[in-house]
Design a binder for this molecule. Sequence first.
Ligand code: NDP
Length: 482
Amino acid sequence: MKFEDNIRNYIYGELEPPISGDYIDNYNPSTGEVYSQIPDSDERDVLRAVKAAERAFPAWSNCGVKKRFRIMMRIADIIEQNLDAFAKAESTDTGKPITLSRTIDIPRAQSNLRFFATAILHFASESHYMEREAVNYTLRRPIGVVGCISPWNLPLYLFTWKIAPAIAAGNCVVAKPSEVTPMTAFMLAQACKEAGLPPGVLNIVHGHGHKAGQAIVENPSVKAISFTGGTQTGKKIAEIAAPKFKKLSLELGGKNPNIIFADCDFEKMMTTTIRSSFSNQGQICLCGSRIFIEKHLYEVFKDEFVKRVKKLVVGNPFSEKTDQGAVVSSAHKSKVLDYIDLAKEEGGTILCGGKAVDVPKFEKGYYLEPTVIEGLSPTCRTNQEEIFGPVVTLIPFETEEEVVAYANSTEYGLSATVWTQNIGRAQRMAEKLDSGIVWVNTWLTRDLRTPFGGMKSSGVGREGGWEALRFFTEPKNVCLHL
Ligand code: NDP
C-alpha cells in the first residue's frame, strides 16, 4: 500500500478536498516544522458526509454480521501489514516515541477492529418470559448515522475504538480526528478503500473542532455522538446534543490518583509508576498525575523516584533510546509550563525537571523535562486541574480515610491506581474511590471486554465490550402474546 501525504476528506468512498479549498498547517512536534496540510472542512463537507452515510445505511445495516466481520478484519490486516508506515506517521504527527507507536498505538488500533469485528458475531440480547402469558425479547438494531470525535493523544487508537463498534453494529459513521493529529486517520481511509468497505459506511471529515466537529454534533441526522476529549468540550457538546435528544457517550478529562502504601512490592510499583507518570509525555487520560505515598515510605520513594526520572531520555522520537518525545504542540507546551509556574506560585518545590529541553538538531521541537513537584496541598489548583503533560506531584498521607478523601477531592473520576499487598485494603479502596477504573498493583492493563469510562466530570456512559455495542444500538422490546 502506498500512502499519500496530501490529507483529504474521505466521503462516500472517495478522497476529496474540502469544499472551501482552505487548508490548515500540520506541524511535526519533534521539529516544530509544518510538514503537511489538513482540509479546513466546514458544515458543507459534514453535510456531504452525513448524506453519504444515510445513503449507505440501508445496505450496511442489513448486509449481515459476517460481511461486516470480514471487511473489518481486512482493514485490521492492512494496518498490520503497514505497521511501520502507520507507526512512523503517528510519531511524526504526535511527537511520541516510535517505540510507543509501534508497540502500543498501532497494534491497539488493529485489536480494536478485530475485537469488535468478532464481538458482533457473538452479540446477543435478552428475553423476558412471562409465565403462560407472553414472551418479551429485546431487539437491538443499529441507530443510523452516528458521529465519532476523538482527541490527539492516542490518535488512531481512540479513533478506531469508537469507529469499530459503530460500524460492527451496522451504523454508518461521520468521524473527525483531532485537527492536531490527522495523518493516521487519513491512512485509515486509504486502508478502508483497499479493504473494500462500501462507500459511505465510514466518512472522515478533517478540520477544526469548533467548525467541522460542531457541525457533526449539530446535524439533525446524526443520532448519536461518541466523543473523547476535554471536559469543557464535552460540556459544550452535551449542551448542543441534549435538547436534540441525541444519544451521548462522553469520555473526558482526568486527574488520576496513584496511591502507594508502604507494604507494596516496591520495585514493581516503582517501575510502573515511572510509566504511569510519564508515558506518552504524560499525555494519556489515564496517567496518574497525583502520587500519594504513605508517610513512612515517602522519603525512600522520593529519592528513588527522582533518581530514576532524571535518567529518562528526552529527545528525538525516532531514536529507539528515547523515553520521552515531544509534547503535541507549541500551545500545549506553553500550557504545561504555565502550570509549572503556577505550582511554584502555590508553594511547590520542583524536585526535578520544570523546564523546556533544547534537543540538539531539534531546537524548534516541543520538548519538556519530566517534572516532579512536592510540597503542595491536595486542594490547590495544581492538584485539582488537569495538566496533561509530564508533570506529577508527590503528597504524603497517613491513613486510608485521609488518602481516599484526597483522591476523591477533584471534579474528576476517571481512573485510580492502588499499590498494596493487603487484599482487604485493596478491596476497601476500590469500593471507596470515585473512579470508573481502579487498578490494583498494575496500570493500564486493559481487557477490551471491560467497561471503560469515568465518573463525575470525567464522563458519561461507558465504552468497551458489550457496553459499546449497546451504545451503538437502539433497544426495542417486542412483546409476543402466547
Ligand atoms: P479537545 O476536547 O480539545 O478535542 C477533542 C476533539 O473534539 C478534537 O477532535 C477536537 O477537534 C474536537 N472538538 C473541539 N471543539 C469541538 C466542538 N465544539 N464540537 C465538536 N468537536 C470539538 O481535547 P484534546 O484533543 O485536547 O484532548 C485532550 C483531552 O482529552 C484531555 O482532557 C484528556 O483527558 C481527554 N481524553 C480523555 C480520554 C478518556 O478516555 N476519558 C482519553 C484521551 C483523552 P480539534 O482538535 O480540531 O480542535
